[in-house]
Structure formats: structure tokens, C-alpha cells
Ligand binder design. Structure first.
Ligand code: KG4
Ligand code: ZN
Length: 372
């Protein structure tokens, strides 16, 4: 189906801890992109609390949609379709945005398009960054896409719009989840990705940590690396404790679960030790992600590599992939890497153009897989 060049979609995204609404024209021009983050609310728990997230989405949804619509002089009159994420994500959180979007579309007689959050992260690469005045060429198929977020890590081959082949995925922790857990072990707070990147900045070299290559597979594994960081922390603390004068020594405390080392008054790590471990961890994750992505791009003769998801905001990942790849590497600006609704609108545009429209009975699918 050929859509008119002013075809405008209002999209909602509530799969996790961001309440977002965006208005996007022609699948690529962002007219508004509003994100209400619940980060501060979840930070005090060290992670996302699903019930708190759902309640907050209900409170934020209407103001966020109203703010997004301000970009259109005629408001709702300028909207041609409504889209929302239906999975994967937290079921209660997904329900708020999906039902809100269906109600808005139904009430105004507009088509409704349910969107897969993982596909949408990839489609952030079709959006024209707002600071860019001219449109650059759209990504060319076949593409290899690396999606690295808080909940997912996967490598996919895209032969065309809607034609996805999953090449590999994580067997345990997602890359972003590993960043978040290791940041917690190092006492760096939540969300872990930006904190680890920041802590590692300025450190030149660190003793390397192991890499899980899982040879002959495009799958990933990060839980062993997380354990290696925990052991390195325990070793460092033991060294500190042993070098503490006897009269100041207390009973050594060995952590068996991910816990903040700064919480432990016995033998806190120095800022230098934390920075070196942050660098070694980041290097290890990035090395495996980049090596497998480049190998997949070569095997399937991809014309471009697309990077997507919250971890795609990582500067070291961006620069290493670009430096080592022999084909163009594309990644969205940072604000379009983390969860937003503009990417939902971009994915919805290509689904709708391909003739896909969702029924009013579409339900949330918390475990939705790529390309479904
Ligand atoms: O895509 P996203 O916003 O939400 C999910 O769909 O999961 O990704 C959030 C994840 C978090 O785990 C966060 O720590 C990570 O992205 N992240 C980063 C960086 N910025 C965000 N990881 C590494 N380096 C960053 N600069
Ligand atoms: Zn996401």
C-alpha cells in the first residue's frame, strides 16, 4: 500500500519504565517525541518494580499524549493511525499503553497498529534525527541488526521489511541487564550502563576479564562475566582486609549475590579498582558483541549493520563496531536508542504500508519474540 507523504502516526510505548508518546510523519519525520521516565522512582529500589511502573503509566499517559499532540496545529485531526507496543515487556505496563491506544483509535475511527518493541528498536534507525535538516538514505537490505537492551540481546538478519531471521540471542542475562547487575556489584547505582561507561572513562588499560565466545553460534552469554566481576571484587576485598592492621580487622564478609560493594564498610574498593573493573567488564561485553556482529554480517553478505536498543547508547560499543566493520554501521542518536515512542511509530508505518492492521482484540504478549 502506498501511503500519502503526510501520513501521520501517533504511537504509545509503555513496555517498561518509560511512558512515551510520539507523532511521526511519513515513517521518519519526528514531529514530537515525549518520554516521561520513571527512573527516579525505580532507582531507590535498584531496579524496576512492575506494579509501580503500571500505576505510573496510568498517571502519565494522558498528559504525555496531550503534549505529543501539541506538535499538530489541528491536534487529532492530523492523525491518520494510532500505534502501540503489545510486547515484549511487563504485562501490566504493556496493558496501559495498548488499551489506551486502542480506545483512542476506536473512539476516532482510526486504524490501530500493534507493534513489537524489538522490531521498533531496529526501526529507530529509519528515523531522521531531529538535529538533522536533510534526510539521509534509508537503510538498505540485507541488514544485520544487533539489538541490545535491558531485556534482550539478539542478532538478526533482515532481508526486507517484515522478513526477519533470528541468528542468535542471549542464553542468560541480556547485555543491559549485565551492565545493570555489574553496576550494582560495583556500587555504581541504576541504571548501570551509563554509570559503568562513565566510571570506565579515562582508564586506559585493565586486566582482561573472560569472554564467553560460545563458538559456532551467534548466541551470547553474560552471566559468567558477571560472576567473574563478583569474584574480582571479593579478591580485592580480601586483599584489603588482609592488609588492614589486626586491631582494625573485622570478620570478612563474602558476597554470594549481586550486592553493592560500597555497602560493605569492611573493605570498600577504591575508586581506581572500581574504574578498572568497569573498563574490563565493558571491554569484554563489547568485544563479544562486536566480533559476533561482524562475523554475521560477513557470513550473510549484509550491506549495513544496524545497532539498536538501550545499550547501543554505549560509546565504546559504537566506536568499536564502526572501527572494526568493513561495511557501514548505523546507530540512532542516544535519545532514540533507549525506549521511546517515535521508534514505535516508525515500525508501525512499515507494517501498515505492508497491509498489516491489528484487531481490537489484540492482547499484550509479554514474551513476544522478534518479527512476530
Ligand atoms: O532499550 P532500553 O531503554 O530498555 C529496554 O527495552 O530494556 O534499554 C535499557 C538498558 C539498561 O540496561 C541500561 O543500563 C542500558 O540500556 N544502557 C546502557 C547505556 N545506556 C543505557 N548500557 C551501556 N552503556 C550505556 N551508555
Ligand atoms: Zn527497549
Amino acid at each position: 500500500m502506498t501511503l500519502s507523504p503526510d501520513f501521520t502516526i501517533l504511537a504509545l510505548e509503555t513496555s517498561c519504565d518509560e511512558t512515551a508518546a510520539a507523532v511521526v510523519r511519513d515513517g521518519q519525520v519526528i514531529l514530537s517525541n515525549v518520554v516521561a521516565s520513571q527512573m527516579d522512582m525505580h532507582r531507590r529500589y535498584g531496579g524496576i518494580v512492575p506494579e509501580v511502573a503500571s500505576r505510573q503509566h496510568i498517571l502519565s499517559l494522558t498528559p504525555v499524549v496531550e503534549e505529543a499532540l501539541v506538535a499538530l496545529p489541528d491536534g487529532w485531526e492530523g492523525i491518520h493511525a494510532v500505534a502501540a507496543t503489545y510486547g515484549p515487556g511487563l504485562s501490566g505496563a504493556l496493558l496501559t499503553g495498548l488499551n489506551g491506544a486502542k480506545a483512542m483509535a476506536w473512539r476516532r475511527g482510526l486504524p490501530f497498529i500493534g507493534v513489537n518493541h524489538l522490531d521498533a528498536h531496529i526501526y529507530a534507525n529509519w528515523l531522521i534525527p531531529t538535529n538533522q535538516t536533510h534526510s539521509q538514505s534509508a537503510p538498505q537490505f540485507p541488514l544485520v541488526a544487533l539489538v541490545v537492551s535491558g531485556g534482550h540481546t539478539l542478532l538478526a538478519l533482515l532481508r526486507n521489511h517484515g522478513n526477519y531471521h533470528l541468528l542468535g540471542q542471549t542464553r542468560d542475562d541480556a547485555a543491559g541487564e549485565a551492565f545493570d547487575k555489574v553496576a550494582r556489584i560495583l556500587g555504581l547505582g541504576y541504571p548501570g550502563g551509563p554509570a559503568i561507561q562513565q566510571a570506565a572513562t579515562g582508564v586506559q588499560m585493565a586486566d582482561p576479564l573472560p569472554r564467553a565466545w560460545l563458538r559456532d553460534s551467534y548466541d551470547f552469554s553474560f552471566s559468567g562475566l558477571k560472576t567473574a566481576v563478583l569474584h574480582a571484587v571479593q579478591d580485592a576485598r580480601a586483599r584489603h582486609t588482609n592488609s588492614t592492621p589486626r586491631h582494625r580487622m573485622r570478620k570478612p564478609h563474602l558476597a554470594t549475590t549481586a550486592q553493592s560493594v560500597s555497602d560493605n564498610a569492611d573493605a570498600p574498593l577504591t575508586a581506581d579498582e572500581i574504574a578498572h573493573l568497569a573498563l574490563a567488564f565493558q571491554d569484554s561485553v563489547v568485544d563479544v558483541l562486536v566480533s559476533k556482529t561482524i562475523a554475521a554480517a560477513q557470513e550473510f553478505a549484509a550491506t549495513e549493520i544496524l545497532l539498536a536498543g538501550g545499550v547501543a547508547a554505549n560509546m565504546h560499543l559504537r566506536s568499536e563496531l564502526t572501527r572494526r566493520a568493513t561495511i557501514p554501521v548505523r546507530y540512532p542518536p542516544i535519545q532514540l536508542c533507549t525506549d521511546n515512542a517515535a521508534m514505535i511509530a516508525a515500525a508501525a508505518y512499515y507494517r501498515f504500508a505492508a497491509g498489516v492492521q491489528s484487531g481490537w482484540d489484540l492482547d499484550v504478549v509479554p514474551g513476544l519474540r522478534l518479527g512476530m
